[in-house]
Design a protein around this ligand. Structure first.
Ligand code: KG4
Ligand code: ZN
Length: 382
């Protein structure tokens, strides 16, 4: 298992309240100490990727078990790296949902127990609000001024593809949902297509890397346009048809043998490099990969900018694991026609507890408190 200490600027002496963030909604166990709304004193992330890799996706039971093992040492490590003691922590911010029920329960129960035992107040945070606050946190860390509002936020990860209008309200922020995926999340589509093509797990980074080697116009793939019906939002997404089209292409081009060979070659490889992929991918496969990525990116960019126009947004936030994608960042900036596109550093894009502490901070200041009987909210909508 890999432990990263992401984006930390630790040093002793706190001028603002210290918030301990705890995140266990999916396959990262993370704890962070934030000073006020801007200074990351520590941000420790324990990724479970090696545990789930062989299954080609996150296995919920394994995720809970790993969180259970990791949460205490990771919190301890976050406090150590922040050079602070537990009795210096002013508030605890914990992800309450959405996410995997069992995984959420580990962090939530731990946070409640810690709050009860120490008397430190705790707040429950929506994971998606956390991703949005990763953008605000990044801007503050960099010493840049508060972004212009309303902002249009695209939260795009393995579990979510959602569009929100964001504006300040009271001491915090208000969110209006403008669109979300009706089936697969964009990151999920990356992971499923990677599994289908024998590219390993997670799919995003490898597809990102390989898509520059193919011809994006070579394989025509569908861009799903949804009609707004009674149950849907104006800017909803759908990625399941794209995944099916990739499968159909694999069948018609008889790529099964190549995929099987690649899967076998990949077995036991620690970190396959570009030369490995080039040796094990035909040009047809590289073209398919490039076409898939371009279709996802163009769909995300087109929907986001249309929603931004409707919301009268004056800035765009790009956040979540898929926001690490280079083509997405570049195309969004090009297409935004002068609107600033703000995206956090890579390690704040993917799941981490600093973003949870950042989202919890205004709620802590406003006096919100997590009730002892509060439940995990696997389907919590922002
Ligand atoms: O935010 P995150 O760490 O966890 C969730 O909340 O889901 O996002 C993980 C997702 C995975 O689906 C992964 O394949 C995708 O983000 N991802 C990427 C890239 N890096 C990670 N997708 C596209 N391009 C990337 N460079
Ligand atoms: Zn996430």
């Amino acid at each position: 298992m890999a432990i990263f200490n992401a984006a930390a600027d630790a040093s002793a002496g706190a001028a603002h309240p210290l918030i301990l963030g705890i995140e266990t909604s999916c396959d990262e166990t993370s704890a962070a100490v934030l000073e006020g709304a801007h200074r990351v004193r520590s941000n420790v992330v324990l990724s479970q990727i090696p545990v789930h890799q062989i299954y080609g996706g996150v296995v919920p039971e394994l995720a809970s078990r790993e969180h259970l093992r990791a949460v205490v040492p990771i919190v301890r490590q976050a406090l150590e790296q922040a050079q602070c003691r537990l009795d210096e922590i002013a508030g605890i911010a914990v992800t309450q949902g959405p996410g995997l029920a069992g995984a959420l329960l580990v962090g939530l129960t731990y946070a409640k127990a810690l709050a009860w035992a120490t008397g430190i107040p705790a707040v429950g945070v929506n994971h998606l609000e956390g991703h949005i606050h990763a953008v605000l946190l990044e801007e503050r860390r960099q010493g840049r001024p508060e972004p212009e509002f309303p902002a249009l936020a695209l939260v795009v990860s393995g579990g979510h593809t959602s569009l929100y209008e964001v504006r300040p309200e009271g001491a915090g922020y208000a969110y209006r949902s403008l669109g979300r995926t009706r089936d697969d999340a964009a990151g999920e589509a990356y992971d499923k297509v990677a599994k289908l093509l024998g590219l390993g797990y997670p799919g995003g980074p490898v597809i990102d890397k390989l898509s520059g080697l193919g011809e994006a116009a070579a394989v025509p793939l569908p861009r799903t346009r949804l009609k707004t019906d009674a149950g849907g939002l104006e800017f909803d997404f759908s990625f399941s048809g794209l995944k099916t089209a990739v499968l159909r292409f694999v069948q018609t081009q008889a790529l099964a043998e190549e995929i099987e060979a690649r899967r076998n070659a990949l077995r036991g490889m620690e970190k396959p490099d570009l030369a490995f992929w080039q040796a094990h991918c035909s040009q047809t496969t590289l073209n398919l990969i490039a076409s898939f990525q371009t279709t996802v990116v163009e769909t995300l960019v087109e929907r986001t900018l249309a929603a931004a126009e409707t919301a009268g947004a004056v800035s765009i936030f790009l956040t979540g694991g898929v926001a690490a994608n280079r083509q997405l960042r570049q195309r969004m900036s090009e297409a935004a026609q002068g609107l600033p596109v703000l995206a956090p550093a890579m390690n704040l894009c993917t799941d981490n507890a600093a973003m949870i502490a950042a989202a919890g901070y205004p709620r802590y200041l406003a006096g919100q408190r997590l009730a002892m009987e509060a439940r995990a909210e696997p389907q919590w909508k922002l």
